[in-house]
Design a protein around this ligand. Structure first.
Ligand code: FAD
Length: 486
């Protein structure tokens, strides 16, 4: 039997942040990861590394991000903690836990600087979060500006190196299967490896084992009928058994168990689940520049309701609700060049192209009359008002049903493009109830001795929607906090 001071279950961003914080305090730390090393890193590996922190603009960030010659011609608007808090409230319609949210927005910046001190590297995300200005510079938008060098792959490689330096023992291919309780205190976990089963004992157990998005049965049970059909964007390992084990041990549920983060996702690619090579390239985030229709040719969301960062995580649900859980993002020759190369020129990208809308619809399996009518109506409803400007919410509207509130441009110049999308599930918002230090609480708000949670396993921050880049920030902040007290 192995013994440690701190046992971390799950080797994603939150688990490694927890492990680093505990090891920094001189605790003996063991981290168990279900996946083999080659496929490890959890959902964190699949990310773009985009991390939402509050900051005072480029002047403050300049000593934090890696040097880049474009800095001299870049504008990075400050993003204050109160703006971050307002965004969390706005996208969740006020259902976010105020205490957890307060900690997240205040500690996101110092926590990333702490991780940078541990050897993680950050940069400004030019390719995702800025468009060129008329003067030839770059203007950042959407409150999400920094990310890891090398994306999620770089993030997890840096984490592993930092953990090695601090003497954290990482055991791959080892799945925790249950909690060991003695006298109402958690004192270890049961585990399974390819060679057998056993027990690990520890003073503190930190659950950083993600949500339950990769368990179709739990998805159907908590998110509702149809969710079992969503495509899993990230790791197949987040199947929720340790959340269930904590509930069985008396933990309370935290946050919104009935909603999740889900996006527009390549529908036709043959390997569109848990794809370790393409990772987040299967996302289709360019819809604010075009329109989205179902296979009847009808629009069903406001593609320009807000910056992509504030809408993409809820539109997966709307796509799931369409006939066949399918939709198409439609662009014409004028908008196509503005789509991000990483996603829309991905190797093996699913796309239909045609010189006319009728041929496009025919080839894609969309109703021809439906698409033609929708595009005609959409084009005729575009306001004569402000000029198109993707860097700001330009107020260039299409006044139709549903409206397009910004960035409406006529779809009229061939060739036309249809990108088939379905619902890709990212992570579940429901998790365990904790205090702000990750101590897992019972229904009567008593801490369960020895048990902590962080990352996606902790519920309460998000509901219905999510501001892009908050998942990695939350994992780092609450992982570090749990590691500071466990
Ligand atoms: C395609 C994609 C792109 C994304 N892009 C971004 C982005 O750019 N920015 C952002 O902020 N967020 C992004 N997210 C969300 C982000 O990945 C998560 O919010 C964050 O990574 C969660 O970190 P975590 O450590 O809690 O979970 P994970 O990184 O998922 O780690 C959990 C780990 O626990 C392991 N595990 C599960 N059960 C057990 C068990 N029983 N025993 C042992 N180990 C177990 C899993 O194998 C996994 O490795 C993205 C997600 C996906 C899927």
């Amino acid at each position: 039997m192995i013994k440690s001071d701190v046992l971390v279950v799950g080797g994603g961003n939150a688990g490694f942040a927890a492990a680093l914080a505990a090891a920094e305090r001189g605790r003996k730390v063991v981290l168990l990861e279900k996946a083999e090393e080659a496929s490890s890193g959890g959902n964190s590996f699949y990310t773009a590394g985009a991390t939402r922190i509050s900051h005072n603009g480029l002047e403050e960030l300049i000593d934090f991000v890696e040097p880049d010659e474009r800095h001299a011609v870049s504008e990075v608007p400050a993003y204050a903690a109160h703006e971050y808090l307002a965004d969390l409230r706005k996208v969740s319609d006020g259902r976010n836990d105020p205490e957890l949210s307060g900690v997240l927005v205040n500690e996101s910046n110092p926590t990333l600087r702490w991780l940078q001190g541990m050897g993680l590297k950050y940069r400004l995300m030019y390719e995702r979060q800025a468009y060129r200005t008329e003067e030839g510079g770059y203007l950042f938008w959407g409150g999400l500006h920094v990310g890891n060098v090398g994306g999620g792959k770089g993030l997890m490689a840096d984490h592993r190196a930092a953990a090695k330096r601090l003497g954290v023992e990482v055991i791959y291919g080892c799945a925790a299967t249950g909690l060991i309780l003695e006298e109402n205190r958690v004192c270890g976990v049961r585990y399974r490896t390819s060679s057998g089963e056993g027990e690990f004992r520890a003073e503190s157990v930190i659950l950083a084992s993600g949500g339950f998005e990769a368990a179709p049965g739990l998805r159907r049970q908590y998110l509702g009928e149809g969710w079992q059909n969503a495509k899993v964007r990230g790791t197949p390992g987040n199947t929720g058994e340790m959340i269930v084990a904590a509930l069985d041990a008396g933990a309370a549920k935290g946050g919104d168990w009935s909603s999740c983060h889900s996006v527009a996702w390549d529908a036709w690619h043959p390997e569109n689940e848990s794809n370790l090579e393409l990772t987040n390239q299967l996302t289709r985030g360019g819809y604010p520049l075009g329109i989205v229709v179902n296979n009847e040719g009808k629009r069903f969301v406001d593609e320009g309701a807000d910056y992509r960062n504030y809408t993409y995580a809820r539109y997966g649900r709307d796509i799931l609700a369409q006939p066949g859980s399918a939709a198409f993002q439609i662009f014409d020759a004028s908008s196509r060049p503005m789509l991000r190369t990483e996603e829309y020129d991905m190797p093996g990208v699913s796309v239909v192209t045609a010189p006319t809308l009728a041929e496009l619809a025919e080839k894609a399996g969309i109703s021809v009359t439906g698409l033609e009518e929708t595009v005609r109506d959409f084009n005729e409803s575009i306001s004569e008002g402000p000029a198109f400007n993707p860097n700001v919410k330009d107020g260039r509207r299409a006044d139709t049903q549903p409206p397009k509130s910004n960035w409406a441009r006529s779809i009229s110049t061939g060739p036309f493009y249809a990108f088939p999308v379905t619902c890709g599930i990212t992570f579940t918002f429901g998790g365990l109830k904790t205090d702000t230090w990750g101590r897992v609480l019972t229904e009567s708000a008593e801490p369960i001795g020895g048990l902590y949670a962080c990352g996606e396993a902790l519920g309460g921050l998000f509901s219905g929607n999510y501001p892009g880049g908050s998942g990695l920030a939350a994992g780092a902040v609450f992982g570090r906090r749990a590691g500071c007290v466990a």
